[in-house]
Design a protein around this ligand. Structure first.
Ligand code: ADP
Length: 515
């Protein structure tokens, strides 16, 4: 069987580059629907694939909370599609738009339930239902409107259900392969077993024989586990995290399944979108700068301090931007704030969290430090221009994560010459290198290993001392970070290689099954 409309270039060359049609199906895309790094990755990876010549589309739910300013030509493409889900007929509309150069489709269920007509993206009791519907409907949309798709790329638990549904119903309809990226293994989608019936998956086959059954909560379906088993390739977002999740501490109950599927598991480091994160032409900054005009970073720092009503002095300015969840080491962040102030520095914390207990402890600290003009807390879950200004204006950026699949904030900080101070775990260990360990020319920040307040204080102190007493080394750390290739150029080629191998394998399988 030969696939229609395939383009092949560079014939005669064994490593000919095939132009593929790739469809990402995900719950986030920056900036229109962003909660964390997943949003950055779906868009930046799509753009990088397009630069490689591939055709890429992205399918998302049409959240009421979409930030539509980033979208061009948002139009209702098809009203009143019908789809059978949870034993009833759902009607949904399809919208389309362009996000940069990426074609993006939105699925908008309108009846019987408008599942995405809510103020937030996540956090509702029926989240499993919402994303099960989205997964099934997005797959249906792909088969009807993008039938030549070569690769369906799904992300995290929210769209993992696509893998078993594809195996069950679409394998003969669509000749494509499924790639799953795990951005964070701690969110697995442990859903009620009813999800199988909603999605028309036979419980006998998919639950009772353990395939989708969660290993700890036996009455639940583990969506990410299903994604791992039924996808053709599984990637995660750094080589170090790919190793870590094979063991109990970071495998979070899936380590055995991961080991069993090791052959199709690949760790590929995320990049950042170097068009969007570029101090040379960032519209959010009062002055552009690069490695040849580092003094202008001081102008940005003062603009940031003025904006936040902080004293204009020459002390180090430390920043932290993150979601306040246990993964990010909230206690260590608090210690970093106190230690910075004790050592005479300034601190900006920017972010907020879904966990009331953690948010409350930060509220308390803010109250306690209310009279200190050298510390600013901004509890806002999303403000992109302010985030840019903070990344650029700070001297140091702290990321004391307990675990970190990749982490984008250290990459962004490096790009802006803001020296990262990171715990040596996951993607942080792959990207931040300490002068105590790395050769000159490779060191770009500071690292520590033990997740304790004492270690945080120690590493901050070391950074403060070097900034003051070894300004040349400090400048070198900044320049090394700013000169690194932190974009997608390298990593996108790893994805292409995986896509190509699946494309070739599925082509061969198709040919042999039809001959
Ligand atoms: P995670 O996905 O675990 O939250 P990452 O480091 O992978 O962590 O990605 C976080 C992304 O979210 C970065 O792009 C960071 O700049 C962004 N971000 C976090 N908090 C905010 C905020 N309050 N405003 C704007 N962007 C934010």
């Amino acid at each position: 069987m030969k696939k229609k409309g395939k383009k092949i270039i560079g014939t005669g060359n064994k490593q000919s580059l095939r132009l593929m049609r790739i469809c990402h199906i995900a719950s986030e895309a920056s900036p229109v629907a962003k909660v964390g790094g997943l949003a950055d990755v779906t868009v930046a990876l799509s753009r990088a694939l397009i630069r490689q010549g591939h055709e890429v589309s992205l399918i998302l739910p049409k959240y009421a909370a979409l930030r539509t300013e980033g979208l061009k030509n948002l139009t209702l493409r098809k009203r009143g599609n019908t789809f059978f889900f949870d034993r009833q007929i759902y009607r949904f509309d399809i919208w389309s738009a362009c996000l940069h150069e990426v074609k993006i489709f939105f699925i908008d269920p309108v009846s019987p339930y408008a599942l995405f007509d809510r103020p937030e993206i996540y956090g509702y009791p029926d989240d499993y239902y919402r994303f099960a519907f989205f997964s099934a409907a997005a797959l249906r949309f792909t088969s009807e409107h993008l039938p030549l798709t070569d690769i369906i790329h799904i992300h995290d638990w929210h769209t993992s259900l696509i893998a078993p549904i594809f195996r069950e119903y679409y394998r003969d309809l669509l000749s494509c392969s499924i790639v799953l990226t795990i951005h964070n293994l701690s969110y697995q989608g442990k859903a009620p077993a009813d999800i199988l019936e909603w999605s028309d998956l036979n419980p006998e086959k998919y639950f009772r024989n353990e395939a989708l059954k969660d290993s700890a909560e036996k009455n639940k379906v583990n969506l990410l586990k299903g994604g791992i088993i039924f996808s053709d390739a599984v990637t995660n977002v750094s080589t170090k995290y790919a190793e870590e999740i094979q063991f109990r501490e970071n495998g979070k109950g899936l380590e055995k399944i991961i080991l069993k599927n090791k052959k199709k598991l690949f760790g590929i480091l995320n990049g950042i979108d170097d068009e969007i994160w570029n101090p040379k032409k960032d519209p959010a900054l009062p002055e552009p700068y690069d490695i040849f005009s580092l003094s202008k970073k001081g102008v940005v720092k003062n603009a940031l301090r003025k904006r936040l009503h902080m004293p204009l002095t020459n002390v180090p300015l430390v920043a932290c931007i993150c979601r306040l969840v246990p993964q990010k080491g909230p206690r260590m962040i608090q210690k970093a704030i106190e230690a910075t102030l004790e050592m005479g520095g300034q601190f900006i914390f920017f972010g907020s969290g879904p966990i009331p207990r953690i948010q409350e402890s930060f509220n308390k600290l803010k109250k306690k430090l209310a009279d200190n003009p050298n510390v600013i807390f901004i509890f806002e879950s999303y403000n992109e221009p302010l985030a840019h200004l903070i990344y650029a204006g700070a001297d140091m950026f702290i990321i004391p994560s307990i675990f970190e699949p990749c982490g984008l904030t250290q990459l962004i900080a490096l790009r802006y010459g803001t020296v990262p101070i990171a715990r040596k775990t996951g993607g942080l260990a792959n990207t931040v290198f300490d002068p105590n360990e790395a050769p000159p020319g490779k060191a770009n920040g500071f690292t520590f290993t033990l997740p304790t307040s004492k270690e945080v204080k120690k590493v901050l102190k070391r950074a403060f001392v070097i900034r003051k007493e070894q300004p040349e080394l400090w400048k070198q750390l900044m320049i090394t970070g700013m000169s690194e290739d932190l974009g997608w150029n390298r990593s996108v080629l790893h994805y292409v290689k995986i896509y190509e191998s699946l494309y070739t394998a599925s082509g061969e399988a198709r040919i042999s099954s039809s001959s």
